[in-house]
Design a protein. Structure first.
Length: 251
């Protein structure tokens, strides 16, 4: 676990977002990516459970509801290891900003909530590198549930934690399972230095706070991009003034 507490030495920067299902973290991360790209920052995006190495196997196992908490852990750490090696470290080595929608902390929270021993789960991810910025979008269970059910008719089997057997009712099981996940996130916040954003706020307010965090925590990295953006704005303003003056003279 030492690497998760030690700053990496790559020229790029790693930003990760965490939160329970329905927290709105993906929306916020996507908006942040758009903003960084508008500044000219090279950005690479990666998300949880997206490695081609295990994605089809995980999808099939989920469809058949055959995953145990242990096999769930092992599949996800395989996905993470593959993405860290090929989708996270190379862009960081190239000096890019990597935005990760979920990181090792998702496993720490979910797997522990499923009854897997927390020390065993953490030992699986002892190769993970420390993010430059970890942002936790915190939202009450009822709010996340309302958001999810407004977007689709029913909850997904594993999303609701139905494999835990906490309840036969999907909604009740979701509340019980995600409450456990929420507790784990709260316990990790101080240990791993999460920056907590109230995800009940309007989207614009959250994004403003998120950008301010990024600007502060990645100040030295972003400085040349912000300076170039400011200079471009000044130049465009001068060009506009010159064109207006030329139009008036022609008149």
């Amino acid at each position: 676990m030492a690497r998760l507490h030690e700053k990496h030495t790559f020229p790029g920067r790693l930003i990760i977002v965490e939160g329970i299902d329905g927290s709105g973290k993906t929306t916020q991360a996507s908006l942040l990516r758009q903003w960084l790209v508008s500044l000219g920052v090279p950005v690479f995006w990666t998300e949880w459970n997206s490695s081609a190495l295990v994605k089809s196997s995980t999808k099939k196992a989920k469809k058949d509801n055959t995953l145990t908490p242990t096999t769930f852990s092992l599949l996800h750490v395989t996905d993470f290891a593959d993405r860290l090696s090929y989708k996270i470290i190379p862009p960081l080595q190239a000096g890019m900003v990597v935005i990760a929608d979920r990181y090792a902390f998702t496993a720490f929270a979910r797997d522990t909530a499923r009854g897997v021993h927390p020390e065993w789960v953490r030992s699986l991810y002892d190769f993970a590198i420390k993010p430059d910025l970890a942002v936790y979008f915190k939202v009450p269970i009822r709010v996340s549930l309302r958001r999810l059910l407004s977007a689709r008719m029913k909850l997904k089997f594993y999303e609701a934690g139905m494999d835990t057997g906490l309840s036969k009712d999907p909604v009740e099981c979701f509340e019980l399972f995600q409450s456990r996940v929420l507790d784990e996130y709260d316990r990790m916040s101080e240990e791993f230095g999460f920056h907590v954003i109230d995800a009940v706020q309007p989207i614009e307010a959250q994004q403003k706070q998120f950008r301010a965090l990024v600007s502060r925590e990645l100040q030295s990295y972003l400085a040349p991009y912000l300076a170039a953006k400011e200079q471009k704005t000044v130049n465009e303003s001068k060009d506009s003034t010159v064109r207006r003056a030329g139009t008036q003279n022609d008149g």
